[in-house]
Ligand binder design. Sequence first.
Ligand SMILES: [Zn+2]
Length: 301
Amino acid sequence: MTRIVRTVRGDIAPGELGPCDAHEHLFLATPLQPGEELDDVAAATEEARSLVAAGAAALVEWTPLGLGRNLDGLVAVSEATGLHVVAATGLHRDAHYEDDSAFRTADIDALAERFVADLARCGVIKLGASYHLLTPFEQRAFAAAAAAHEQTGAPVCVHTEVGTMGLRIVERLRSLGVPPESVVLAHLDRNPDAGEHADTATAGAWLQLDGPGRTKYWPDSTILKLIDDLAERGHADRILVGGDTGRRSMMRSYGGGPGLDYVFVRFKPRLERELGAELARRIFVANPARAFAFELRDARP
Ligand SMILES: [Zn+2]
């Protein structure tokens, strides 16, 4: 069986992915973050160029449907910089959508059909969960994502709110037919509790830590400690790291900081120094090549 990573410019072998920033946004607009819109191709290209200069070869863009996602823009950025870009279909958590959003009234079959159609160009299915709960909107999105996963095999990438409900999300997706090995949980470092996340890793899911540079919430040392604790417990082969630089105020090209490249310029070298180059290579190269790869299925788009 051929495993591939589906980028916006076509399928590549997992081994071609290279050093990967597992969670970013180059285009994003949400009513939850007014004034923080990422909507400029030139700015996105400039940021992507800085990431490539810092040693990255790939980026997973987690902006789902209805929130300013720009697939043509991602193709343009990828062409201009050579960066492999994996795009997302799917839906974010409930709170990101207006009351009159068409996604609120779409049924599960219609959503699944839309996700599958998108997966001709996208390589992951995004979902969102609320704080310690799944709203009816999110439950429908989960069911639709599971149906789209069944048809395509694409990984299911889930926003957790403050790092909550990791294992419950994995169990719910498993009950819908999505194996834990195909599930990536984001933002787990917002609840830097290695013991809790170890259970989720034991179940077989991917643990993503994506808050380097968010110094007003916690220092990078907290994330390094969490990585060290998870590795100590035997879960180094389940960890992914991204920057999640999803705001205008975080991008230098829009006049903010620390910039898209922070995770590669600052965090990765520190990880290498403090926890070893081998662990860093696993987290930034080997693990993404497994987490974001999938077997092409017959019913593929
Ligand atoms: Zn994000």
